[in-house]
Design a protein around this ligand. Structure first.
Ligand SMILES: [Zn+2]
Length: 250
């Protein structure tokens, strides 16, 4: 439990490994860096995926070997060509991660169909990166895909896109179309009013705390949620209950 907040957050969006893209200055951390930090911060656990190196097998086994107080879960980083690896690792997997921008393909691309079918049969949530590149990583593509796979829960990263108007548009479209199987991840969202907006229109059960560690500081994003001045129950839903519910359906 965190000494300041009295809460034990679960982080639904973490990366471990080394980034290839120069955009992140080749940032590199190991699992030990994460566990040392998250234990010190009093977190309950984290859903961890790889970087753009997609070292799924290495990370899955590292997580398996961890024996500390944190509840660590593994999210498989999808590549169009790594379905065989997913089949081999299926027993370690808690969720899928699809990053359309890095893969330069929208989540609606037929290449992802076998992965979504596997998520459906295994009960895994699918975390989809959403950003400003609307033709590839736009929230509308993610929402359309969610409507085509109603038995799969989708978590839209960055609450649908890391820009205030994109978040508003994402929330409004979910409400208008009555989409039930979509959740919004708070990673990289710095404006507490966006959390308030999503909670007021969708309810706290549809917002899931994430930080985007190793690119962001986890506690900074806990405070974005807390600054929204929600009820204790709403904070608990966002900071750990929703993640736990999503991950225990598997
Ligand atoms: Zn991320």
């Amino acid at each position: 439990m965190n000494k300041t907040t009295g809460l034990s957050p679960f982080d639904m969006h973490c990366h471990v490994g080394t980034w290839q893209t120069p955009d992140f200055c080749h940032r590199s951390t190991g699992l030990g860096d994460l566990t040392t930090l998250y234990e010190r911060l009093g977190f309950a656990g984290a859903l961890i995926t790889t970087t753009d190196m997609a070292d799924n097998t290495g990370l899955a086994h590292e997580i398996e070997a961890y024996s500390g107080p944190l509840d660590l879960r593994f999210a498989f980083w999808v590549l169009p060509a790594n379905l065989n690896e997913l089949n081999k690792l299926a027993g370690h997997v808690a969720a899928l991660k699809i990053h359309p921008s890095f893969l330069r393909r929208p989540v609606s691309d037929p290449a992802f169909k076998p992965f979504l079918a596997m998520a459906r049969s295994m009960g895994w949530p699918v975390v989809v990166h959403c950003g400003r590149w609307q033709e590839v990583a736009g929230f509308e593509l993610a929402l359309d895909t969610a409507r085509q796979w109603p038995e799969v829960n989708f978590v839209l990263s960055h609450m649908g896109g890391d820009a205030p108007c994109l978040v508003h548009d994402t929330v409004d479209r979910i409400v208008r179309l009555g989409i039930k199987n979509v959740f919004l991840g708070t990673e990289s969202i710095r404006q507490f009013d966006l959390v308030q907006y999503a909670v007021s229109r969708l309810g706290a059960a549809r917002v899931v705390f994430g930080s985007d560690y190793n690119l962001n500081s986890p506690s900074a994003f806990v405070h974005v949620v807390l600054d929204a001045e929600l009820t204790t129950e709403e904070n608990e839903l966002i900071l750990y209950r929703n993640a736990r519910d999503l991950l225990t359906q598997a």
